[in-house]
Design a protein around this ligand. Structure first.
Ligand code: FES
Length: 105
């Protein structure tokens, strides 16, 4: 595994949201209330983009049908229609003054 840096810590702030792509892997890095999360950028329900999703106390709510997911582990918390899979999340790795993730070599 190799460390893939995403962002310098000094650039992170509440409300921060930024997309990344590594080959087929799409990621959304975001910060809320001092916590930094790395998730897939589209809703597992019907693929709606999540960069403008509401976030509150570690919970993300998709703007389209208001499904809710836990940001810590991606668990589906609320579904108003049919159920869907959990949101994909990735563990963040801190190295020096950067945050990133581990990718396969
Ligand atoms: S697309 Fe996100 S809740 Fe339906």
């Amino acid at each position: 595994m190799r460390f893939q840096p995403l962002e310098k810590l000094i650039n992170l702030h509440d409300g921060y949201r930024r997309h990344f792509r590594f080959d087929a892997l799409a990621l959304l890095l975001l910060q809320d209330q001092g916590e930094v999360y790395l998730i897939e950028p589209r809703c597992p329900h019907r693929e709606h983009p999540l960069e403008n999703a509401r976030i509150e106390h570690g919970m993300l709510e998709c703007p389209l049908h208001h499904y809710r997911f836990a940001l810590t582990d991606g668990r589906l918390l609320r579904a108003s229609e049919e159920s869907c899979r959990n949101l994909k999340t990735w563990a963040l790795v801190y190295e020096g003054n950067e945050v990133g993730l581990l990718l396969p070599d």
